[in-house]
Write a protein that binds this ligand. Structure first.
Ligand code: GUN
Ligand code: ZN
Length: 466
């Protein structure tokens, strides 16, 4: 592959900013250029007019925009066809009535294969270059997911959803304690870094994925702790849900605390899953652990996540759809924990990370009293890109356009979305350049739809659906 020059309006959050520093780290280059070398790495990001001579084949995307590829840190593969499920109400009822039956259909290998193709197509359409994907219980379905993702050239971290207990509707998703560990170990051995053989260069990675504490037992958590202790040094991930829904009487948070008799839900993932939060095994927390939702965390839980480098996948669309409430933005940010964005499809009903960022803006502005905050568009972009790369512990490889990183980016063409095109052409912008820049980025993030994502690149290579 020769060098390539991509022209367009560049936006990214540079360096290794925290969310609190995202606005200062925002880079906007209206007449910008991104140069990608033959190995797919970024060698230049700057003014078009200052391009080094003979930089390579030119791709002129103007008046389009170049953004880092979106990172979805929580999305469910076996819910590919379960978006907008009606009649389930809030979380536990919805799982029982809509989701477990939908996921059970993946027992059919042909159906699962078809879903894997669809899932990759949805990701490409949405410009989701990297994702933490909550997997199917069925190994053949996971084989299809990894195979199709590899064919597409996307990044993937995924693992089969582990369930050792549950209601009747989940019966086909549940395995014995021994099989839960055996199947997880087999998936790691088969797919972790299977594409390159090296975890530091791979596009494919495996995670250990207990569905949530109510779907497993203390014995499962103990066994998974042992397994993770063995696998940590191989760069294996952990993924689950935490503190999502506390509907009075039938909420997940109280049910979990009651079932395990623990002081906090997080304790169940932190080796302290015995009554009274006594230690019963090894922790599942760490820099390669992502916990989705975290709407109803105690301060101590947030502190522990920050301390261990565990990230939150923030999924406001899903939280609206399932009536789960709003993650308190200021308090969560203040704890220092890394907050990335997740669609949680099919709990959320959008595949597009910018839609998640838009709903994040709306719900946090609506938080009561002094808790309400107007997110800066750089914080939104950060949450959907660099924070996601950080959550996946691959920030050194992608997430922004720093020189030397692998070139994951999307080309946004407003003409694909007339409302966005009109906004970009005609909306009032401040005469103050910095505010005008922020207004443009905000309108872009709010207005992007799948129809505006024109091209998608991973490691400098264009990815396209089958
Ligand atoms: N908690 C346990 N399973 C699920 C799921 O599939 N979706 C969501 N949103 N929460 C969960
Ligand atoms: Zn989820």
């Amino acid at each position: 592959m020769a060098s390539h020059v991509h022209l367009g309006h560049v936006f990214h959050v540079a360096g290794s900013a925290l969310v609190t520093g995202a606005a200062d780290a925002l880079v906007s280059i209206p007449d910008g250029a991104l140069v990608v070398d033959e190995s797919g790495d970024i060698v230049y990001c700057g003014e078009r007019t200052e391009l080094p001579a003979e930089s390579g084949t030119v791709h002129d995307h103007r008046p389009g925009y170049l953004l880092p590829g979106f990172v979805d840190t929580h999305v469910h593969f076996p819910q590919t066809y379960a978006g907008d499920s009606y009649g389930g109400g809030q979380l536990l009822e919805w799982l029982n009535q809509c989701i477990f039956p939908s996921e059970s259909k993946f027992a059919d290998p042909e159906f699962a294969q078809q879903a894997a193709v669809e899932f990759c197509a949805r990701r490409i359409a949405a410009g989701t270059t990297a994702a933490m994907v909550f997997g199917s219980a069925f190994p053949h379905a996971q084989d299809s997911l990894f195979t199709e993702t590899r064919r597409a050239g996307l990044r993937l971290v995924s693992g089969r959803g582990i369930q050792t207990v549950g209601p009747e509707t989940a019966r086909s998703l549940i395995t014995s304690e021994a099989d839960a560990i055996r199947l997880t170990r087999e998936e790691i051995d088969k797919w972790h870094a299977a594409d390159t053989g090296d975890v530091d260069t791979a596009l494919l990675h495996v995670a250990i994925v207990p569905r949530f504490s109510l779907s497993v037992t203390a014995e499962t958590l103990k066994n998974l702790g042992e397994l993770y202790d063995e696998m940590r040094s191989r760069g294996v991930y952990v993924h689950s849900h935490l503190n999502e829904n506390n509907r009075p009487g039938s909420g997940e948070v109280d049910s979990t605390k009651q079932a395990y008799q623990v002081d906090s839900y997080l304790d169940t993932y932190d080796g302290k899953f015995l009554p009274g939060s006594a230690t019963g095994g090894k922790s599942l927390l760490g820099r390669r652990t992502i916990l989705a939702h975290c709407v109803h965390c105690q301060d101590a839980e947030l502190e522990r996540m920050a301390q261990t480098g565990t990230s939150i996948s923030h999924c406001p669309i899903s939280q609206l759809f399932l009536g789960s409430g709003t993650m308190p933005w200021k308090r969560t940010v203040a704890s220092g924990v890394n907050i990335a964005a997740g669609t949680d499809f099919g709990g959320g009903d959008e595949w597009l990370i910018p839609r998640v960022l838009g709903d994040a803006f709306k719900v946090h502005l609506t938080e009561p009293g002094d808790d309400g905050i107007s997110m800066h568009p750089a914080e939104m972009l950060f949450m959907g890109t660099l924070a996601g790369a950080r959550a996946l512990d691959m920030e050194s490889r992608f997430g922004n356009f720093d020189i030397g990183k692998e070139a994951d980016f999307v080309v946004v063409d407003p003409s694909g979305t007339p409302a966005l095109e009109a906004n970009m052409a005609w909306a009032v912008r401040s005469s103050e350049p910095e505010l005008a820049r922020d207004q443009t980025l905000f309108a872009l993030l709010m207005g992007i739809r799948e129809s505006s994502i024109n091209e998608v690149y991973v490691q400098g290579r264009r990815v396209t659906a089958e």
